[in-house]
Design a protein around this ligand. Structure first.
Ligand SMILES: C[S@@+](CC[C@H](N)C(=O)[O-])C[C@H]1O[C@@H](n2cnc3c(N)ncnc32)[C@H](O)[C@@H]1O
Length: 261
């Protein structure tokens, strides 16, 4: 009897330790294969400036117009506030922006609020109706496919009716059918956050490489090894990082590629 109790308590302890350290354990099992770098290496605008010996401050370049989505406003499929700040800061210096995956339009709105007056933002998305009849490719992760359907629910966005809406062009189209050749070497900033299945992430990335201008930057969202719904994003990024210089921004799920790095 005592042996059984000891055995059960060991098992319980193992479970306890596992759940308490789930994030840490996942980090050990699912290693990042993409080099992590500091935000200041993405662009000089993120370099910190000394205010006093124990305080570093931000440059004027990264002071942005922002908003928060209160948790009660159950908006789905969003970037974290830190990631959104990075994208909003980069958009200040981008005239031509393309986003794969609009969802609620949180990031689109931030980029519109912060980009130059003459900026043009294209964002491609699926409406609910457009997901009818979509089928999963053999290679595609099941959870990512389910999320792709569940996140395609918006036809009006957080920026709808706002002053900056005029900068935004929403394209309701499956990105698999999108003709990227019309926009060859056109964009300064491309954000890839559409379907997270292998077939879509590969398609969106290849089209982005074609559409990026020589000084441009591509950012991918959801590089989270060990997260089931991000499995295909991680797999694809690990594959292309063998031939392209792709980096992960420290403390974020963002990866980036720059033509001139
Ligand atoms: C994760 S949400 C995007 C979140 C948004 N970028 C943000 O930061 O708030 C994913 C979006 O991708 C869109 N999407 C998924 N697969 C797509 C496809 N094949 N073509 C176009 N849009 C797609 C969905 O309709 C959804 O709007």
């Amino acid at each position: 009897m005592i042996k059984i109790i000891i055995f059960l308590s060991i098992i319980l302890n193992i479970f306890f330790i596992f759940f308490l350290n789930k994030k840490k354990i996942k980090k050990i099992i699912f290693k990042k294969k993409i080099k992590e770098i500091n935000i200041s290496k993405v662009d000089k605008i993120f370099e910190l400036e000394k205010i006093s010996p124990n305080l570093l401050g931000l440059k004027e370049d990264v002071i942005i117009k922002s908003f928060c989505i209160p948790p009660d406003n159950k908006v789905i499929g969003m970037t974290s506030d830190y990631e959104a700040w990075i994208l909003a800061s980069l958009s200040k210096y981008s005239d031509k922006i393309f986003e794969f995956g609009t969802c609620s339009g949180k990031t689109t709105f931030l980029m519109a609020l912060n980009s130059p007056e003459k900026a043009k933002i294209y964002t491609i998305t699926l409406s609910k109706d457009m997901t009818k009849g979509l089928t999963k490719e053999k290679l595609d992760n099941k959870t990512s496919f389910r999320n792709l359907i569940n996140e395609s629910i918006y036809e009006k966005f957080l920026f709808s009716g706002s002053k900056v809406e005029k900068k935004i062009n929403v394209i309701f189209e499956n990105s698999l059918n999108f003709n990227d050749n019309e926009y060859k070497e056109n964009f300064d900033l491309i954000f890839i956050d559409g379907g997270h299945t292998y077939s879509v992430i590969k398609n969106d990335s290849e089209k982005s490489f074609n559409m990026l201008n020589k000084n441009g930057i591509i950012l991918w969202h959801d590089y989270v090894p060990g997260k089931e719904s991000a499995k295909d994003v991680v797999k694809y990024l690990h594959t292309i990082s063998k031939e392209k210089k792709i980096y992960n921004i420290k403390n974020t799920s963002l990866c980036f590629y720059k033509n001139n790095v």
